[in-house]
Design a protein around this ligand. Structure first.
Ligand code: BG6
Ligand code: MG
Length: 210
């Protein structure tokens, strides 16, 4: 292995609750039922696909234009909440683990479906650690499509088969497998059988694998 590609939300730091609060506000305003269980299905999924999942509970059909407006509205709420994010949101052990990999000569990248990923990475002061950031802005198809990880490997100039993906979403593990990369599941994906390795969180990943 030559490179490790990390998902951002739920792997390196926690923005889950901000996403939940922003979608919840939008759903309440629209009178659409939404709870944390539904929110779990949005992990790793793009903004528009997340909205489509939420609108499964809507009483009427929404047109594409209207959906774009709702996505923008949710993102406005989310960006407002993100203004409060600090380095405290970074999970224990995440920086140590990335530095350990870099010291061993691995390339490290972000592979996130979020269009806000670069903003978040900069905001919490992590941009210095990563050799590349592949995010929701440079892809057409979101996870489980492998595009975001393939683009990350291209940016790093490393063959996908020499890359490892670290993910907290089943869709992300599927994407890593489809990219022919090794996969490590953490957090919410810990029991997902399709991952090559599983650990409860980034701090528990066995360093002997590297
Ligand atoms: C992923 C999150 O990282 O980014 C998803 O796990 C989210 O929940 C997706 O929907 C898209 O995020 P954004 O910031 O582009 O709306
Ligand atoms: Mg995630």
């Amino acid at each position: 292995m030559k490179a490790v590609i990390f998902d951002l939300d739920g792997v390196i730091l926690s923005t889950d609750d901000y996403h939940y609060q922003a979608w919840k506000k939008m759903a309440d305003e629209e009178g659409v039922y939404f709870d944390r269980k539904i929110n779990n299905r949005l992990r790793g999924v793009s903004r528009m696909e997340s909205l489509n999942i939420i609108l499964e509970k809507a009483q009427r059909e929404y047109g594409l234009k209207e959906k774009h407006v709702l996505c923008e509205r949710k993102n406005g709420y989310y960006r407002k909440l993100l203004n409060h994010i600090t380095s405290k949101a970074i999970f224990t052990g995440a920086i140590d683990f990335i530095e350990f990999l870099k010291n061993k000569g691995y390339k490290v990248a972000i592979g996130s479906s979020s269009k806000n990923a670069t903003f978040i990475v900069k905001r919490v002061g992590l941009e210095i650690l990563f050799d590349a950031i592949s995010d929701g802005n440079n892809i057409i198809k979101s996870k489980p499509d492998p595009e975001v990880f393939i683009k990350a490997a291209e940016m790093l100039k490393i063959d996908p088969k020499d890359c490892v993906v670290v993910e907290d979403a089943k869709a992300g593990i599927d994407a890593g497998n489809r990219a022919k990369m090794k996969t490590i599941a953490v957090g919410e994906a810990v029991n997902y059988k399709k991952a090559d390795y599983s650990f409860s969180d980034i701090n528990k990943i066995d360093k002997n694998l590297f």
